[in-house]
Ligand binder design. Structure first.
Ligand code: HEM
Length: 241
């Protein structure tokens, strides 16, 4: 049996690869702290323990949110396979490409295959929702930037210097404003918590799909996220040279 000749192609630029691995590391910390927060009572966490967990979660959240924001900007200015055109599941020829990918007819892709484009778009939306709701929660829970200052001004009792208010101490807050602020944040908490389960589902699907695609169609797509290169035996559908 003749062995297929593999040709190496450049695909993921350095920024995309760095984003991917920082995102993974930040998410591991965020998920670990998130799970601990969800089970804080069962774990017997004290108030101080909870504040510490939240603080670590928020610092990891800043890394995650800045990294994600940079990736969203990179989709406008980065390499051809990092751009929206190669990410979003629509545009010229997308439906035809999806049909022939699903039917097993044309499966060689350098960038994301048509199903991968759906998955990546869903992931980016879910991660953005998590970052935005997380930043609001950081402001309304432990008064951290970027919204913490505004929240403190909202809830400070008349004549109180907002910067003297500490998390969970209600002695210096205006009770009515505090209740309004808690009501305002509840939808964000609901979304942050439920979107967490959506993210976990998408992450499991993402890993399963990557492993399946690599086994089935090859290309070394897992190592490509380290090296930036894929090795393909056929000319990819989305070749640019
Ligand atoms: C993939 C990213 C993230 C995941 C998976 C995640 C997950 C979670 C989970 C499971 C909780 C527990 C919810 C609860 O106690 O009901 C939580 C709470 C929290 N998260 Fe995140 N989070 C992420 C990103 C962020 C970001 C970017 C920030 C802000 C910088 C943030 C700030 C917070 C805060 C302040 C809380 C405490 C909310 C409260 O108990 O009032 N999170 N997160």
């Amino acid at each position: 049996m003749a062995l297929a000749t593999l040709t190496e192609h450049k695909v993921w630029d350095r920024t995309t690869r760095i984003f991917h691995w920082i995102n993974l590391l930040a998410m591991l910390v965020l998920i670990a702290c998130g799970v601990a927060l969800l089970n804080a009572k069962a774990l017997g966490a004290t108030n101080d323990g909870k504040i510490l967990l939240k603080t670590i979660h928020v610092y990891a959240g800043y890394v995650f949110a800045i990294n994600l924001a940079w990736r969203l900007v990179w989709a406008f200015v980065g390499g051809p396979f990092a751009r929206w055109r190669s990410l979003l599941p629509f545009g010229k020829g997308y439906m035809a490409a999806l049909k022939s990918y699903v039917s097993g007819e044309k499966t060689s892709y350098l960038g994301h295959n048509p199903l991968g484009r759906m998955a990546v778009t869903l992931l980016l939306i879910a991660l953005t929702v998590q970052a935005v709701t997380g930043l609001v929660l950081a402001g309304t829970d432990i008064y951290y930037p970027p919204f913490g200052g505004m929240i403190l001004e909202w809830i400070a009792a008349p004549g109180v210097d907002p910067s003297t208010i500490v998390p969970y101490d209600r002695s210096l807050v205006n009770p009515e404003a505090y209740e309004d602020m808690r009501a305002f944040r509840s939808d964000f908490l609901f979304t942050h918590e439920n979107n967490f389960y959506v993210i976990l589902t998408l992450v499991v699907l993402h890993i399963a799909a990557v492993v399946w695609t690599d086994n089935r169609h090859g290309g070394g797509i897992i190592s490509a996220m380290f090296t930036g290169r894929k090795a393909l035996s056929e000319k990819p559908e989305d070749a640019i040279d």
